[in-house]
Design a protein around this ligand. Structure first.
Ligand SMILES: C[S@@+](CC[C@H](N)C(=O)[O-])C[C@H]1O[C@@H](n2cnc3c(N)ncnc32)[C@H](O)[C@@H]1O
Length: 247
């Protein structure tokens, strides 16, 4: 159960990688676009408008995130509830796009092969994924999850060079793959908790009772502050993989 209000607490910071990803796309006339893991749909609408696309479909498995998306729904911009893993379409897309969603899915070699099958012959793939699993914000969360008897989230994102090879082997003629470090100036170290509450901690909140989750947050905050120090402001470094490819 995603919480759009918590997710949007760092809306501007989270939007920057989206804009960087969009700038990699080659706009073409009358594009048919799919946005996998579209969330609240706000950025899907922005993508649709920026490309002046003929049709854009947003797919997301979260009912709460899609509640807001419904207000953007039109004849040429649609949103559907569904799992990315099982998504199939009866017509190919000129652009398969995904911003900050595919890192939730395992086995990227298999997943990317499926995404390629959704593309038209001259189609483009554009994907952005967080790759911050070695930062204390993510590492401590995973360690604590284990000590709370939960399955910790696995690391699904591959090193950037593996995507470059994968895209080549999947038949793309041109590609751009990079690891980018985004630096976010947060009010204090404790704000890192507010950041991860909107994303990384979501499955742990779902799996624990409200009391146990409060306990989880208290221990998580204490360990974070112990490791990172009580800084004001706190400079939060966040790594992301951005990739684009076309045939
Ligand atoms: C961090 S949000 C990003 C949302 C949007 N792309 C953005 O940039 O604002 C991740 C989204 O991916 C969705 N998601 C995660 N795993 C998914 C899956 N397997 N199938 C469909 N949606 C998924 C979540 O519901 C959530 O809305």
């Amino acid at each position: 159960m995603w919480d759009p209000t918590q997710y949007e607490r760092f809306k501007d910071e989270r939007a920057q990688p989206f804009h960087d990803l969009v700038s990699l796309i080659e706009p073409r006339p009358r594009m048919r676009v799919v946005d996998l893991g579209c969330g609240t749909g706000e950025l899907t609408r922005s993508l649709h408008e920026k490309l002046a696309a003929e049709e854009t479909i947003g797919i997301d498995s979260s009912e709460t995130m899609l509640l807001k998306a419904d207000s953007f729904d039109s004849e040429v911009l649609h949103f559907k509830r569904g799992e990315i893993e099982g998504f199939v379409a009866d017509r190919p897309f000129d652009l398969v796009f995904s911003n900050a969603a595919l890192h939730w899915i395992a086995d990227h070699e298999h997943l990317f092969a499926r995404l390629v099958a959704l593309l038209a012959p001259h189609g483009q793939l554009a994907v952005q994924m967080p790759a911050n699993h070695d930062h204390p914000s993510h590492r401590i969360a995973a360690e604590l999850a284990t000590s709370f008897g939960l399955e910790s989230r696995g690391v699904n994102v591959l090193p950037p060079e593996r995507y470059a090879s994968l895209l080549h082997h999947l038949g793309f003629a041109r590609q751009h793959v990079r690891l980018q470090v985004y630096g976010h100036v947060l009010h204090s170290t404790r704000d890192v908790v507010e950041w991860t509450k909107g994303t990384t901690l979501t499955p742990y909140r779902e799996a624990l009772s409200p009391e146990r989750y409060e306990e989880f947050l208290a221990q998580y905050t204490a360990r974070l502050v112990e490791q990172l120090g009580e800084e004001r402001p706190y400079f939060y470094t966040f790594k992301r993989v951005l990739l684009w490819a076309t045939f």
